[in-house]
Design a protein around this ligand. Structure first.
Ligand SMILES: NC(=O)c1ccc[n+]([C@@H]2O[C@H](COP(=O)([O-])OP(=O)(O)OC[C@H]3O[C@@H](n4cnc5c(N)ncnc54)[C@H](OP(=O)(O)O)[C@@H]3O)[C@@H](O)[C@H]2O)c1
Length: 439
C-alpha cells in the first residue's frame, strides 16, 4: 500500500506532541469522495485547540490522529459516482468538519460536496487560507444573523481572519459595519476595497488598544442600537455586547465553548444570543469564490511554512503570535502552481494564442523541484508523467543542462525563458514567441 508523509499525534498536549511521519497509508476515495493531493493546508485556531484535547477533539476518533481541515490541492482520483470534478482540478475546502479531515498530510479524501474549484486568480497557498474562516463568515452573516441592508453590525475581533471576512460580506449586503481591532489590522479594515473603488471598508473603527467598545463615553459617541454583534474573541466579550443591541437584534458568539450565559442574558434583554459551529458548505464556498473572482474580497496572501516546521508553527499559534499561515506540504505547493502555469503556456502555444507573461518565479529552483512540478503537471493534465506521444511541456530547472533532465519524444521543454522554445523538431534557437516560424 502506498504511504505518505503526515503529521500525527498520539496524545493530547502542547505543540511538541506533533510528529511528522512518512508511513501513513494514502487514503483511497470511497463512492462520493475524491482523493486530493494536498499542496497547502491552512492553520486555524481550531487545529491548536483540538491538538490540546478541546474543541472538536471528541469527534476525531482514536489516536494516532492528524489535525488540519483547510486543504488546497489537486484532484488525483475520483470515487465511484463523483461527477462534480475531474482528475487534475484544483480544489479547496474544509472536508468533514467537525470530524477529522487529517489535513496535515500529502493526500486527503473528501466528500465531493465538501470541495469547490479554486478560483483562477488564487494560488494554492492563499486558497488554503480561506475555506474554514470564509465559510464561517458566510454562515454567520447569511444564515445565523441574516444581515440585511441598512442594519448596523458590530464585529469584535474584526482584524482576524474570520472578522475581516465578516466585515466584507456584511458591507456587500449594504450594512453599516463597526470594526473592533488595532494597529495595521484596524487600518486595513478601513481600506477594504477602497483602492479598487468598491468602497467597502468599515464605517467606523474602535481601536481596542486605547478604547473599550462598551464605554458609554467612547470618542465619536457610544455604540448603541446595533442590529448584530459578531464576537470572535470569546471570554465575556459577547455578554458585554448585549446592552448595545437593539430589541430584536442578535449576538453571535463564535469561539466555541466560551459563551456560557449568553443565551439567558440575551433573552432577558429581548434579543437573541446564539453560538454557531461552522459546517462544510460548498454553496458558501462557491459564493466566496465568486466574490474573489469578481474582485470583491480582499484576501491577503498568508505566511507559509514547511510541514517539517509544524511544531514551531503551533508554538506560535499557542502564544497568539502566528500571522495567518499555511503549511506547504512538500515542494509541491509551489510546484503545483508552476505546473499550472506551464499548462497555461502550453495551451497558448498550441493554439497560437498570445503567450501570457511568465510568472516572476516560474522557473523551478532546482532539479528536484522541476521533477515535482512535472509530477503535478501530469496530475493536472491527466497525462503520463513523461509524456511519450502526448506532446506535453517539460519543466526543467534553469541552470540544469538538457541532458540531465529526461526529455521524452514529443514533449516541449518550457520553464524559464532560457529553456528551449517549443518546436516540432525539439531544436534550439527558435524564440519562444515565434513557434510558427519554427514549423
Ligand atoms: N464556531 C466556529 O465554528 C468557529 C469557526 C472559525 C473560527 N472560530 C473561532 O473564532 C475565533 C476567531 O477565529 P479567526 O480564525 O478569525 O482567528 P484570528 O485570525 O486569530 O483572529 C482573532 C482576532 O481576535 C482578536 N483578539 C484576540 N483577543 C483579543 C482581545 N482580548 N481584545 C481584542 N481583540 C482580540 C485578535 O486581535 P489581534 O490580531 O490584534 O491580536 C485577532 O484579530 C477563534 O477563537 C476561532 O477558534 C470558531
Amino acid at each position: 500500500m502506498a504511504s505518505m508523509r503526515a503529521v500525527v499525534q498520539d496524545e493530547f498536549g502542547g505543540p511538541e506532541v506533533l510528529r511528522l511521519v512518512t508511513d501513513v497509508p494514502v487514503p483511497q476515495p470511497i463512492p462520493t469522495e475524491v482523493q486530493v493531493r494536498v499542496s497547502c493546508v491552512g492553520v486555524n485556531p481550531v487545529d491548536g485547540k483540538t491538538r490540546e484535547g478541546a474543541s472538536v477533539a471528541p469527534f476525531m476518533g482514536g489516536f494516532p490522529w492528524t489535525v488540519g481541515w483547510d486543504v488546497a490541492g489537486t484532484v488525483t482520483a475520483l470515487g465511484n459516482g463523483v461527477s462534480r470534478f475531474a482528475v487534475g482540478d484544483r480544489v479547496y475546502g474544509m472536508p468533514r468538519f467537525p470530524y477529522s479531515a487529517a489535513g496535515y498530510a500529502e493526500y486527503v479524501t473528501a466528500l465531493s460536496r465538501h470541495l469547490v474549484r479554486i478560483p483562477e486568480a488564487l494560488d494554492m497557498a492563499t486558497a488554503a487560507s480561506i475555506p474554514l474562516p470564509a465559510t464561517t463568515a458566510y454562515q454567520i452573516v447569511h444564515d445565523v444573523a441574516q444581515v440585511r441592508a441598512g442594519q448596523t453590525v458590530l464585529v469584535l475581533g474584526a482584524g482576524g481572519m474570520v472578522g475581516s471576512l465578516v466585515v466584507q460580506m456584511a458591507k456587500k449586503l449594504g450594512a453599516t459595519v463597526i470594526g473592533h481591532a488595532t494597529g495595521d489590522k484596524l487600518r486595513r479594515l478601513e481600506r477594504f476595497g477602497t483602492d479598487r473603488g468598491i468602497g467597502r471598508g468599515t464605517d467606523r473603527g474602535i481601536d481596542y488598544a486605547t478604547q473599550e467598545f462598551d464605554d458609554p463615553h467612547l470618542s465619536g459617541g457610544p455604540v448603541r442600537d446595533v442590529d448584530v454583534v459578531v464576537d470572535l474573541i470569546g471570554g465575556d466579550f459577547a455578554l458585554r455586547a448585549v446592552p448595545l443591541v437593539r430589541r430584536g437584534g442578535t449576538v453571535v458568539g463564535v469561539p466555541s465553548g466560551q459563551q456560557q450565559g449568553l443565551k439567558e442574558a440575551a433573552a432577558a434583554a429581548g434579543i437573541r444570543g446564539t453560538n454557531m459551529i461552522v459546517e462544510p458548505d460548498h454553496v458558501a464556498l462557491e459564493y466566496v469564490s465568486a466574490m474573489i473572482a469578481d474582485g470583491e474580497l480582499d484576501v491577503q496572501a498568508p505566511a507559509t511554512a514547511r510541514l517539517e516546521d509544524v511544531v514551531d508553527v503551533h508554538r506560535r499559534l499557542a502564544e497568539g503570535r502566528l500571522p495567518k499561515t499555511v503549511l506547504q506540504v512538500g515542494p509541491n505547493g509551489r510546484s503545483a502552481d508552476m505546473a499550472r502555469s506551464a499548462d497555461v503556456l502550453f495551451r497558448a502555444a498550441v493554439d497560437d494564442d498570445p503567450v501570457p507573461p511568465l510568472p516572476e518565479d516560474f522557473a523551478p529552483a532546482n532539479q528536484a523541484e522541476a521533477y515535482e512540478a512535472q509530477r503535478c503537471l501530469a496530475d493536472l493534465t491527466g497525462r503520463p508523467r513523461w509524456g511519450g506521444r502526448s506532446r506535453r511541456p517539460v519543466l526543467r530547472a534553469s541552470g540544469t543542462s538538457m541532458s540531465t533532465v529526461p526529455w521524452p519524444a514529443g514533449c516541449w521543454p518550457i520553464g524559464s525563458m532560457t529553456t528551449t522554445p517549443p518546436s516540432r523538431s525539439q531544436g534550439t534557437g527558435c524564440a519562444w514567441r515565434s513557434r510558427s516560424s519554427c514549423s
